[in-house]
Design a binder for this molecule. Structure first.
Ligand code: PEP
Ligand code: MG
Length: 315
């Protein structure tokens, strides 16, 4: 492990035997572009655009959006930047977006579903992203939050491509999307697992409910099985499957995710060097063995303990 840690911290993410795992950062806007300087950061896997507009009373214009996106794309010139279209609703309200009064906002008209009510909000954003991308050499892509069906993925991909963006994906953060990953992948270039919401919806536990933290654990067997399904679908269709939830920042879980077929991990910049070093110290075959250990465990604590013991035992 020490040798791997000394092997340098600047190249692309990979396992000890050279299997590539793209390491990306999660950002909320131009205030976070310092993370472009984090050694080993290969780009942005999740640009949470709603964070840009949290304190606004009125909608940003297309030009205002374009300027903000361009700042980010310029900072990551030559690298991948995946922009998530507005993920408004439930835990992320925006003052200028007319939110219905819903009994269960986490299950309501949120994320991509807002486009049913106000398609202009999405198309304006796509136009701003495409315009900003045209002026830089970042590899810009977009992805939609809260996708549940293949039809939603198909429609989003069509709108995004119509508006000039040709790298298009969707988040898999609703169990239905994980179960239908094969069908979804036929319409998009990639998917990215949002393990925060995937745990919330799979375990039926509000992500803001602190006392349910044990249920929201991404090591939960039900969550890992869904990740495995999506990973298999990605390998079968030769399309990239990423993880951009908090799960990606746990080094030992990153090994498991890699073993399940995940090919990119996007996380808070501060976590990236540790994940990178841990991956570099394990072969793909070891990752696959760890993934099997985790999948076979009866509970989240058991999965975590089994993988931890195995990782310790290697040294
Ligand atoms: C997620 O749900 O895991 C995710 C990455 O998105 P957010 O945390 O912004 O909902
Ligand atoms: Mg989410």
């Amino acid at each position: 492990e020490l040798a791997a840690r000394r092997a340098g911290s600047h190249g692309p993410g990979r396992t000890a035997d050279g299997h590539p795992v793209r390491l990306l950062v999660n950002i909320g806007g131009p205030a976070d572009v310092d993370s472009a300087g984090v050694p080993g950061a290969q780009g942005v896997g999740l640009f949470r655009t709603e964070f840009l507009f949290l304190d606004r009373a009125t909608a940003p214009t297309r030009d205002e959006q374009e300027a903000l996106y361009r700042e980010v794309f310029t900072a990551f010139a030559g690298r991948r930047v995946i922009v998530r279209t507005l993920d408004v609703g439930a835990d992320k309200p925006l003052a200028y977006v007319d939110q219905p009064d819903e009994a269960n906002p986490a299950l309501g008209v949120r994320g991509l579903r807002l486009a049913r009510r106000d398609p202009g909000l999405l198309t304006e954003q796509l136009l701003a992203i495409a315009a900003a991308a045209a002026g830089t050499d970042a590899e810009v892509g977009v992805m939609a939050p809260m996708v549940a069906t293949a039809a939603e993925a198909r429609d989003f991909a069509a709108v995004a491509r119509e508006h000039g963006i040709d790298r298009v994906g969707v988040m898999v953060e609703v169990p239905a999307a994980a179960l239908c990953a094969t069908e979804i992948l036929q319409h998009v270039d990639f998917v990215s697992l949002g393990t925060n919401d995937l745990a919330q919806y799979t375990l039926g536990a509000d992500r803001l409910a602190g006392e349910l933290a044990d249920l929201l654990d991404p090591w939960q067997p039900a969550v890992l099985r869904l990740v495995a399904m999506v990973g298999e679908a990605g390998l079968a269709h030769d399309k990239p499957v990423g993880v951009c939830g908090e799960a990606a920042s746990d080094p030992e879980l990153a090994l498991v995710l890699t073993g399940l077929g995940v090919s990119s991990l996007s996380m808070a910049a501060a976590c990236l060097p540790d994940v990178r070093a841990t991956l570099a110290a394990h072969t793909l075959e070891q990752c696959r063995a760890l993934a099997q250990l985790a999948l076979a465990a009866p509970s989240a604590p058991d999965a975590r303990a089994a993988v931890h013991a195995a990782v310790r035992g290697e040294g």
